[in-house]
Design a protein around this ligand. Structure first.
Ligand SMILES: [Zn+2]
Length: 69
C-alpha cells in the first residue's frame, strides 16, 4: 500500500524538481547528471543544464570568481 502525497500548493514544498536556472528545463533525474553544473550562490544551490553550462561556462566561472569571495 503506497500512498502518494500530493505536492503542497506553495513554495514550502521541500521536494522540488531540479530545473536549470537559465532555461528552466527539468532535470531528467532526481540527482541531476554529472553534466549538470551545481553552483552555490548565497547559500542557494543553482543548477545549470549541460547546454546552458556549455554556453555560459565562462560567465558562470566569472560570476563564481567575483561572488565567491
Ligand atoms: Zn539550461
Amino acid at each position: 500500500m503506497s500512498e502518494k502525497t500530493p505536492p503542497p500548493a506553495g513554495p514550502a514544498g521541500r521536494e522540488q524538481t531540479i530545473v536549470c536556472a537559465l532555461c528552466r528545463v527539468a532535470s531528467p533525474a532526481s540527482p541531476p547528471p554529472l553534466s549538470w553544473i551545481c553552483s552555490l550562490e548565497n547559500g542557494v544551490r543553482t543548477y545549470c543544464c549541460q547546454d546552458c553550462a556549455r554556453a555560459n561556462i565562462r560567465a558562470i566561472e566569472g560570476r563564481l570568481d567575483t561572488s565567491w569571495w
